[in-house]
Design a protein around this ligand. Sequence first.
Ligand SMILES: Nc1ncnc2c1ncn2[C@@H]1O[C@H](COP(=O)(O)OP(=O)(O)OP(=O)(O)O)[C@@H](O)[C@H]1O
Length: 495
Amino acid sequence: MAALLEMRGIVKCFGAVRANDGIDLDAQAGEIVGLLGENGSGKSTLMKLLFGMMPPDAGGIVFRGRELSDHNPRMAAEAGIAMIHQHFTLVEAMTVAENIMLGWQDAGWRLKRREIADRIRETSRRLGLELDPSARVGDLSLGRRQRIEILKAVLRDAELLILDEPTSNLAPPEVAELLAILRHLRAEGKGIIFITHKLPEVLDVCDRVVVLRAGRVAGFAPVAGADRATLARMMVGRDVPAPQNLSGSGTGATRLSVSGLGGAGIGPMDLTLSGGEILGLAGVDGNGQLELAETLAGLRAATGGSVMLDGRDITHASVSARMTAGLAYIPADRSSTALVRGMTIAANLMLRDSARPPYARRGWLTKRATQTRAAALMQGFDIRAPSPAVPAGRLSGGNQQKIVIARELDRNPGLLIAHQPTWGLDPGATHFVMERMLALRAAGAAVLYISSELEEVLAISDRVAVLAGGAIAGIMPRGGVDMAQLGLWMSGRAA
Ligand SMILES: Nc1ncnc2c1ncn2[C@@H]1O[C@H](COP(=O)(O)OP(=O)(O)OP(=O)(O)O)[C@@H](O)[C@H]1O
């Protein structure tokens, strides 16, 4: 049987960077191909070329037996390829059905509202999308919005769906639902290219993996018989050990003391964190994680209670006063809140030090000091880019995240608030970041590690707390973790 998709010898360079360096990739109808690779290995670039978002420098694409060249996204969609973007192109004030209709007129479709609603209901039931045509998009979770994009693709008869890290912003139940939807799509004969760094997802749903490294195919294998260690080794080219969480005394003086803290979506809440301690905050996303992190970082106002850092009251302190007091913050949504995409890597790395000697003198950044520090951080954190002078927005997603992590960790903070710090990072980078958090702990810092990845929280924390409904449902020491109890807390059923 001819392949649904054949990409041959694909090359794409950005200046001196060979983002794709002669890549071959096939996909069949009715199969899920996992496209894996380290941060910056060329996955997104390859998919952008396939979808016609930019032209390759060399190579050929054959889709359903026809050569696809000089195409743009519209032509790719007409040929039967759909790209499910991470940032959705939906109008929030409109209903699901209205959003589906947008663009249909262009495609020459003339359907009555009722017929459209019927089609949506039928397809939604068949694929397990659980979408109500009359629901307002603004009221729907991220997972549901993503499903509207999948629905759009299916209703337009897409034969190949590209999903680039589709699970990174989803809560665990929604991840499981998405994987079930992918299985339905496969059963209907669709081809799927699935990019993810989460190896359990790959093992769960993919038929085959193709692994990229530095713009080339480093390996491919059927998923049957593979395990996490094999996949991680194929991606990184070496074994990725589990982080060693050894000492973890937590016996230092209290660094963070939160009492009766309230704000929009959270509280009142009490929390203490000692130096030399990592407190893992588990829980299903959307239960006040963002609100708590932003209130502690000074981006949202507290409406009650107090926050003390090293004995100083910072409840109403500005963001910069908190930073000066020793607080560092890695937000979950790094690309829009913590990075200035148009600014260089060096400038982004220096954002917090732009007024401090030796990096700044009389209000001006000193070029040599900043370049030297930026180059050192790029090396230390394995930020892959041609030079510190490249705009941050040109880096791969994972490398952009490493800029923020490097900047915040390098300041040797007394208190680090890390919200989903490993989102978008490959296994090697994830391991590295966890090791750095442990080093920070060993140096006496307090770390609040907020993550919906329970496995990570359990691996790194000295105590595990659960946030549910904007409140701390309970806290237990790492040694005595009771999974059943954790589950109850996470589901919001206190027991
Ligand atoms: N528009 C661009 N201009 C310059 N360089 C780019 C551009 N887009 C990508 N690159 C470079 O191409 C390389 C591959 O990037 P790509 O985004 O394809 O990686 P990726 O495998 O998707 O990574 P990640 O897992 O971090 O998302 C990187 O070195 C990146 O910096």
